[in-house]
Each structure stands twice: as structure tokens, then as C-alpha cells.
Design a protein. Structure first.
Length: 358
């Protein structure tokens, strides 16, 4: 080919590289955003189950995803050895788990259950958390559990341990996640029953042991929430800050929901669990923090000058209190921080995690 023809081909390729590729990339991303938004809007239960099954990914932890779904009236049920699969599933009318053995009484079935979304336009199935959400449970142990349950419903914890051939570690993981509730009752009762189960010689493998049951009191709500976060990284009980709300109110701290009614320029103060810290290269040192409480999330902007003065609080706080100026333009709202206080001590031993600078 002559040089003129070669140059014309090169110029066309160069033009596509400078304009065509970014345009096609933007178009494909726009389609993904639109489809994701449509599914979240019209099928929020399926959206939640899919994201939980695809973890780890994205900016949002399972706890954030579950909290958001519940605020949009999606019912989320705990993992349960009597009906949970490995993955999270939809349960009830139109769901994937309809008709599986599930209930406090072995042998009952999951009844069709759907809840209405906030706009009352479409009814949604409940989301049943899968055994994948149980920290420490092996995938092999979960597979044996599901296989044994498919053959016949479990009668009690001992029956489950024997037929699914679960070791002490897997049994303790299930007990700590309260996934044995339908067989053993509350978390403490399950842990007690698991502690009584030990390895048996092969000749006694099929012989159940009769022993008088000991009834233990359930743990207080705060301890239940701590155990939820340790065993699953989330809770289906009240949000941790709901337990602290009276104390935060006495400190004149507003919730995320209360601040949504604030006008532009209003002095505001709030506290929330840190779920994300971001510092984009294009932001010239500005840090963006997301705080979560029982009513929703708050976006916080921290300028470099404040970061210099309060680096320890900005980077280390699990429970962050922010004093600042509320800014809003339409539905876009954020809090520009002027002072930060680390109130992590109020969380005690609560194990929460945040996405750091990704």
C-alpha cells in the first residue's frame, strides 16, 4: 500500500482511539447502570440476593446491602440449616426456595411470603440468607448438610451433626451465626447443644444419645448484635446505632434521615459507623467518607486542611461524629466537615469493617 493510504488508515484508527473507544465504553457503562437501576427499582429482592452471592465486589459490604434493602421493605431472613442453600435465595411465591423444608418444626415447608415495596406497585419475595454468609463454615460441610437435609429433615442438632458429618468447627460456626435456631432455639441454647456433641466411635455413629435438656436464657439484644457481626458481618436485629440513639440524641446529634430535611447551609452534626473512605487522585487530597446509622447513609466531605489537623480521627474512627455545614442541591446532599470526633469507644467490641481507599 502507498503511504497516503496507510496514513489515512492510521488517522481513522487514531480518531477511534481518541473518541470512539471512550464513547463506546460510556455507552456500555450506561447500559449497565440503567439495567442495574431497573432491577434494584423493580426487583429489589433479586437484586440483593444476586449481589450477596457475588461477594466480594464493589463498594458496598453485605451489611450495607442488607440494611438498604430492609429500608426499602425487602424482608431478609437469617441463614437456617433447615432451609438455606449455600447461596442466598428468594423464598415464597415466585422465589427459588418455595416448598423446601423450613420452620421451627422439622418437616414444615416455607410458606409463600411476599412483601410490598414502598411504592406498593409490586410485591417481593423474601430473601433467605445462604450458608455462605456464615463465617467459618466450610463449603464442604455446607454441601454435606444440604445433601443430608434433602434426604430427610433434621430432627435436632445431634441428628444434623451425625448425618451431615459436621466437625466441631462447622457446628460452632453455625451456632454462632444462629443458623441452628429452628432446631435448638436461641444462640446460647444452640452453642450449649453443640458443646455436648463430640466424636463417636464408628459403632455408635447411628445411636442417638438421650440426655435431659438444659434451658438457658437468651442473650441481651446488644450481645446478640455483637455476635451477629462476628459471625456474619451483619445483623438482622436492630442497627447498632439504634441502641445508642438516646445517647446520641442527648449529644444533639441528628440521624441521617433527620438531616435530609435540612436546608442548604445549615449547621449540622451527626454520627455514624464508617462504611467507606475514598480519596480519588483527582480530588486533590479531599477525602469522602460514608457514615451509616439506622435510618440511612450520610456522605461527608473532608478537606485536606482538616485532614492535616485531625488525621488520626479521620483515618481510624469506626464511629465518627462530624460537625459541619449541610450542603444540598435538589436531591444531592452532603455534610462538609469542620470538626471530627472519634466515638468508636461507644461501639465497644463491635466488629465493623469499612472499604478503605479503593
Amino acid at each position: 500500500y502507498d503511504e497516503k493510504f496507510a496514513r489515512s488508515i492510521f488517522e481513522m484508527i487514531e480518531g477511534f482511539g481518541e473518541y470512539g473507544f471512550p464513547e463506546s465504553h460510556a455507552a456500555s457503562f450506561a447500559i449497565l447502570v440503567y439495567v442495574s437501576a431497573w432491577i434494584k427499582r423493580h426487583e429489589p429482592a433479586a437484586f440483593l440476593a444476586a449481589l450477596l452471592n457475588a461477594q466480594p465486589l464493589g463498594f458496598y459490604s453485605p451489611s450495607q446491602l442488607v440494611q438498604d434493602a430492609r429500608r426499602h421493605q425487602v424482608e431478609v431472613k437469617p441463614p437456617d440449616v433447615m432451609c438455606s442453600d449455600w447461596d442466598c435465595t428468594l423464598e415464597g411465591e415466585g422465589g427459588l426456595s418455595q416448598g423446601m423444608p423450613c420452620a421451627a418444626v422439622a418437616g414444615e415447608t416455607c410458606k409463600p411470603h411476599r412483601v410490598e415495596t414502598m411504592d406498593h406497585r409490586r410485591r417481593q419475595p423474601a430473601v433467605r440468607l445462604g450458608l455462605r454468609m456464615v463465617s467459618g463454615l466450610s463449603s464442604a460441610g455446607a454441601a454435606r448438610l444440604i445433601e443430608a437435609r434433602t434426604a430427610a429433615a433434621f430432627h435436632d442438632v445431634e441428628d444434623l451433626a451425625r448425618r451431615a458429618e459436621l466437625g466441631t468447627h462447622d457446628l460452632n460456626s453455625l451456632a454462632q451465626a444462629n443458623a441452628l435456631a429452628s432446631l435448638a432455639g436461641h444462640r446460647r441454647q444452640a452453642a450449649w447443644q453443640v458443646a455436648a456433641i463430640g466424636p463417636l466411635p464408628p459403632m455408635f455413629k447411628e445411636v442417638p444419645a438421650a440426655e435431659a435438656a438444659l434451658e438457658l436464657p437468651p442473650a441481651p439484644e446488644g450481645r446478640e448484635i455483637l455476635a451477629d457481626y462476628r459471625s456474619m458481618g451483619l445483623t438482622l436485629n436492630r442497627h447498632p446505632l439504634a441502641l445508642l440513639r438516646a445517647r446520641l440524641k442527648a449529644m444533639n446529634l441528628s440521624s441521617a434521615d433527620e438531616m435530609r430535611s435540612f436546608g442548604h447551609g445549615k449547621l449540622a452534626r451527626t454520627a455514624g459507623i464508617v462504611t467507606m473512605r475514598q480519596r480519588p487522585q483527582t480530588a486533590k487530597g479531599t477525602i469522602f467518607v460514608t457514615l451509616e446509622d439506622e435510618t440511612g447513609s450520610t456522605n461527608v466531605i473532608i478537606w485536606p486542611s482538616l485532614l492535616e489537623r485531625q488525621r488520626a480521627e479521620v483515618l481510624n474512627a469506626r464511629l465518627m461524629t462530624v460537625y459541619g455545614i449541610w450542603q444540598r442541591e435538589g436531591q444531592v446532599m452532603h455534610l462538609v466537615a469542620k470538626r471530627i470526633v472519634d466515638h468508636s469507644v461507644l461501639l465497644g467490641s463491635l466488629a465493623v469493617s469499612s472499604r478503605e481507599f479503593h
